[in-house]
Design a protein. Sequence first.
Length: 401
Amino acid sequence: MHKWSIGAGYTVTNMEGLLNKKNLKPGNYTGGANLFIGRYLSPTFNVRLQGMYGNVYYPLVTNYPNVVEGVFRQQNFFDASFLMEYKFNNNYLFKEDAIVQPYLFIGIGTNTMNNDWNTYFPWGGGVKFKVTNWMAINLETTYKVNLDNSYNYLQHQAGLIFSLGKTKKAPVDNFSLEKINNDLKDLAVITTDSDKDGIDDTNDECPYVAGVKEMNGCPDGDADGISDSRDKCPNEFGLTENNGCPAKVVDTDGDGISDDKDRCPAEQGTISNQGCPVVSNPEKKQDNIQPSENILELFYPTSRYELSDLQKISLDGFIDYIVAHPVNKIIIKGHTSNTGPDQLNVDLSMNRALKVSNYLASKGISLRLISVQGWGSYNQKYDNATPEGALKNQRVEVVLE
């Protein structure tokens, strides 16, 4: 037998999940090249290190974790994994030099998904078809469970394996169920989950206190994205820059505008007047404000997302309305017409919504109240068949709840 092996092949990837009818459609797969190096350990076990590079389609997210049904983004994709193989051609079920050599495997790996590195758990099986003493054809299927996000995916690969070096031929043992069981015990990974939170102690930063996967097994009582073990205010929703504590806001005159943004901190005023009282301005119009409907619409020229002076005046009046009528949530929805590529429209609509969100925050509105969504051309309100309708679909809706 050979101590080392190298291989190369072609891999196809599908992001539709494990049991899905769409897995039967070839058009739902994207391809890439893979390479690996393997090491013979015993008649029963091999290990290998492999990498894959190619393209992948993953779901379009407009407001996490919600996705646009049937719409996927394409990007370059890389993953690497370390695998342990259990071989059935170990002289128990099949001879070690059999032509057909099935196997199972598990392991750990990492990939670049959505421009971020993630950890995943791969498992699957395959079969090698021996062509010569130094070459084999390899077919394999892998399901990869992402530990950092919800993008689990299925991969199929085909390739060639070339054996290098030699080792002493392993002695042939008689078929023995006891020996098979002993080999399986060698492969078994014993895990302990002391706090019963679904995360084994080896990967749990707080193994004796139940926590959540996103915090590596530690609790996050105030749901601010900072684990209680690192949160100086574990019972209050806070900011990362304040070590988990709420931002310290001083509002001397009690007008709802913090002193650092209030031009008249000792006098009650309005947000639109930067914290100073309004003397008289009966001619001022709050364009587009519909407080009875709790919605403001801002319209844009094609391909533009910067706020105009008129739009800022409209937002200032709307902010005064928000201060006078406290709300639980502000949803900012960016939209476009159906002209141009879908991905470009989604990015443009998100930029429009983010500009409005940043403007509200600069005027003292808490980001905790704000939800930003980029819908692109997927939620049309006006008729795109007319120039007027297409122009009015270039909009942002600010909705109060």
